[in-house]
Every structure is written in C-alpha cells, then in structure tokens.
Ligand binder design. Structure first.
Ligand code: LMR
Length: 395
C-alpha cells in the first residue's frame, strides 16, 4: 500500500525551524517561525498563564470529556474578548463560539462548515497569505481564488487592486481577511478600509471569514479587533477564527476558537448544530487544558490585569523593535514601512538569494519570501542583523 508514496517537501516554516535548530553557530538569529521571544530570545510561559495553571492544578477535579463545543465559559469569554463586552451581536444572541484545537483547528472546521453550506464554495484569499491557509481550506474541498493585497513597491496594502478584484466575486463567495497583523506582510487595513470592505461585502452578498490570530500584538486588544467588531455589527453573517497561541503564548496547547455570527438566534442554532456534527466526525472534541487556562485568566480580575499588562509589554516591545530596525536600515534605503506595519511579521523585500546569503554567511534565518519575525530580534541582535542586511543589500 505505501510503496507508491513519494516523500513530500516539508512545510517551509516548519523546515526552517529544523534547519535553524541544526545550525551549530552560537550567534545565529531566528527570525523564522512566528513565535514571540523576549529580550533573551526565550519564549517563556506568561506569568498569568503560570498562575492560572497552578490554580487549575489545585482545583481541577476531573479529566472527563468536555464535548465537541469545548467549555461554555471559555467560549463565552472569548466571544467577549474578540467582540467587546456589550457588542450588539452578543446582545441579539447572534453569536455562537466553539473551542478548537488552535487557530488551525478553527480554520479547518470553518472550511468544513462552509463546504457543508455549499460544496466547493469559493474562498478569496489575499496574495500573499499565510502558507497554511491554502492547504487548510482546500483540504476541506473549498475552491481558492486570490485577490491582490500588497503593493510590492511600497509593501503597503494595494486597496484599489484589492477592491477592484473583489468586485469580480460572486454572491455567496467567501472572503478571507486577516483581522490584524497580516501574516506574512504586517500591512493591515485601516479603519476606513475596513468600512469600505464591509460596504463591498454587503453590497455583493459575500461572506467575510476573518482570521484573527494576533489580537493584542498589533496596537492593543480593542484596536486590533476593530474590523471584526464592525463587520459583526453591520453584516448578518461573519465567520471568525481566532487563536490563543500568540497572545496567551499557548502555542503547544492548541487553543483556539471558531465564532459563527448568524442573522438571528434560530439560524445560529442550526448552523452550530452542523458545525458540531462536523467537529464530532473530525476530532470529536478539543483538548481542554489551554482553554481552561484562558478561561481562568479571563474570569479572574487580577489574572486578567496581569495578562493584559504582559501582553501590552509584548506589543510595545514589537513596536520598539520595528522603529529600531527601520531606523538602523535607513542608510541602505527606505525601510520606513517596517515601522508602519503591525504585528510579528514584515517582508524585507529582498531576494531569495539575499535571504540565502544572510543564512549562510551571517546565521540569520528568515523565510525565503524575506518574511521576518520582528519579535525574534533583541536590542542586542538588532544592530548585527541591520548591519548584515545593509551589507547584503548594498552589494
Ligand atoms: C507562522 O506563520 O510562523 C506561525 O503562524 C506558525 C505556523 O504554524 O506557521
């Protein structure tokens, strides 16, 4: 049975992690995978998470099944975190949230759900988008089309090209948007552009599907969710996939959520029953631990305060590194876009050969597309990275 199988190439992000690990140089710098790092280059467990885990350990009484939707408390609190406490969609009972195995689980189950609504539904994704979006969506049977998103010359959002393309979409098509901190470009829609896209989606009868994996790491929890909140208020149906990997640092616990915003409570109930049946036939139910930690934090005022404080610190560090890198690179050209962009990622706009030189000669690792993880820098490594970059760009 297995003899005809060919070995597939590894996922580019995961294989870069492996190459980095195997590099014996002690001064190597990892700007590859999207994992937050502190000044010392570590990804520590957040103090609020550690405290919540300790409380859980002392109070948890069972490991019995939690059910396909996960736990009600987590789902309720995540809904409030994303939409804000008194969002009209919550008041009108139009929101249903299920706990998922990470953001990937949310994306895949949204895709399975969309395929149940209409087999082979077309999903428009930004060019570029996160590499794993495509396999997660096509694996469920959806059809992918791309809309232009990034102006390669300025590395900012090419909004005219984006909207002109989406004018070609047919009613019932789905548009995948990044809620904030666009991965891989860091170029986000501004408030006016969210409003204009909401108008377009409404006028053309499209369904927005928002992936918000970095809430709190762009400009803060509320500002990062402005697009989701606007669409949830103005549109009858919105799908939102979210992740606790980055903002709670729970990467390996696989904690995420899928939110269905429906036209009314009755349609929401029917839609959720379909989603839960799809979940049952895929992985039956999500893992419990990460979501229990998040629920404990969001439900305990002092832990919530501590978590927000830590998250704000992470967000500020990224903004400072952005400003520092942009300044340090100025002699080599205009890199001001790095300071304007948000979240963990930016493209440097250099060629794959230059990326390779940085890896081979300087031990600086980034994706071939020149996407860097800003949070992988530190005040110590930033000048060295900037110098190597200037050298590579100028030669
Ligand atoms: C990334 O884009 O680097 C992260 O989202 C990690 C991943 O799974 O690709």
């Amino acid at each position: 049975m297995f003899e005809q199988l060919k070995t597939l190439p590894q996922d580019p992000i995961l294989s870069l992690m492996k190459t980095f690990r195997e590099d014996p140089r002690t001064d190597k710098v990892d700007l590859g995978v999207g994992v937050y790092r502190d000044e010392a280059g570590n990804t520590p467990i957040m103090a609020a998470v550690q405290a919540a885990q300790e409380r859980l350990l002392a109070t948890e009484t069972t490991k019995a099944y939690i059910g396909p939707a996960g736990t009600e408390g987590f789902n309720h609190l995540i809904g409030q975190l994303i939409l804000g406490q008194d969002h009209p969609a919550l008041r009108d009972d139009r929101v249903n949230v299920v706990q998922t195995p990470g953001g990937c689980g949310a994306l895949r189950m949204a895709a399975e759900f969309l395929n149940l609504c209409q087999a082979g539904t077309t999903v428009w994704v930004s060019a570029p988008t996160w590499a794993n979006h495509i396999p997660l969506l096509t694996g469920a049977g959806l059809d992918i089309r791309e809309y232009p998103y990034l102006d390669k010359a300025t590395l900012s959002v090419d909004f005219d090209a984006m909207t002109a393309c989406l004018e070609q979409a047919a009613a019932g098509d789905v548009v995948l948007l990044h809620g904030c901190c666009h991965n891989p470009s860091g170029a986000d829609l501004n408030a006016d552009q969210w409003s204009a896209i909401t108008d377009l989606v409404e006028r053309k009868g499209l369904l927005p599907f928002i992936d918000i994996a970095y809430q709190g790491l762009g400009e803060g929890l509320d500002r990062d969710a402005q697009g989701v909140r606007l669409m949830a208020q103005r549109l009858p149906e919105v799908i939102v996939a979210s992740s606790c990997s980055k903002n709670f640092g729970l990467y390996r616990e696989r904690t995420g959520a899928l939110m269905l915003i429906s036209a009314n409570a009755q349609q929401g109930k029917a839609a959720t029953s379909q989603l839960l049946s799809a979940i049952r036939s895929h992985y039956s139910m999500p893992p419990a631990h990460g979501a229990a930690v998040v629920e404990m934090i969001l439900d305990t005022p002092e832990l919530m305060q501590q978590w927000q404080h830590e998250l704000n610190g992470m967000c500020s560090r990224i903004l400072e590194l952005r400003a520092g890198l942009s300044q340090a690179l100025t002699p080599a050209g205009d890199f001001s876009f790095i300071e304007r962009q948000r979240g963990m990622f930016s493209f440097l706009g250099i060629s794959p050969q230059q990326v390779q030189t940085l890896r081979d000669e300087f031990g600086i690792y980034m994706l071939d597309s020149s996407r860097i993880n800003i949070a992988g820098l530190s005040t110590e490594t930033l000048p060295r990275v900037a110098e190597a970059l200037r050298e590579v760009v100028e030669h």
